[in-house]
Design a protein around this ligand. Structure first.
Ligand code: FES
Ligand code: FES
Length: 159
């Protein structure tokens, strides 16, 4: 029996309080305790980006982020970005540019892509590639991903 801690945080705008194992990752808390399975467990070692979510508006690899660190913070997952009537502009751009094949890496790619634009790293394809280099796509959809980010960038506010 490991030590448990209480985490109270906002996930996709909803206040949530949980008792969790003190060593649990944010990824496991999202997937196993909250049923938010959009973020994927690819490598579980910080090397593929499939688990990318936003914490306080900035991207984090949730497999390497302690769940306890979410306490008092805002977390956004792929499940929380679409509007009531429309996809998020980045989701739409991924569809428009065929920026996915199997889709496994896509939630992480989209969350990183939003962060790429908000942090001001989407001015050139080179900048985008550099920022997105931690998000691996085994299907090789990279060209579409860069094109999608270029399309969505003007529709997303910078932070
Ligand atoms: Fe987190 Fe691969 S599952 S980086
Ligand atoms: Fe298959 Fe990226 S779309 S891994």
């Amino acid at each position: 029996n490991g030590m448990t801690v209480r985490v109270s945080f906002n996930v996709n705008g909803r206040r949530t309080t949980l008792e969790i194992d003190a060593r649990a990752s944010l990824l496991d808390m999202l997937r196993e305790r909250l049923g938010l399975v959009g973020a994927k467990k690819g490598c579980d070692h910080g090397q593929c980006g499939a688990c990318t979510v936003l914490m306080e508006g900035r991207r984090v690899v949730s497999c390497l982020t302690m769940a306890a660190k979410a306490d008092g913070r805002d977390v956004t997952t792929i499940e929380g970005i679409a509007g009531p009537d429309a996809l998020h502009p980045m989701q739409q751009a991924f569809i428009d540019h065929d920026a996915l094949q199997c889709g496994y890496c896509t939630p992480g790619q989209i969350m990183a892509a939003i962060s790429c634009v908000r942090e001001g790293h989407a001015s050139t394809p080179e900048q985008i590639k550099e920022y997105m280099s931690g998000n691996i796509c085994r299907c090789g959809a990279y060209a579409g991903i860069v094109a999608a980010i270029e399309q969505a960038a003007p529709r997303i506010e910078r932070s």
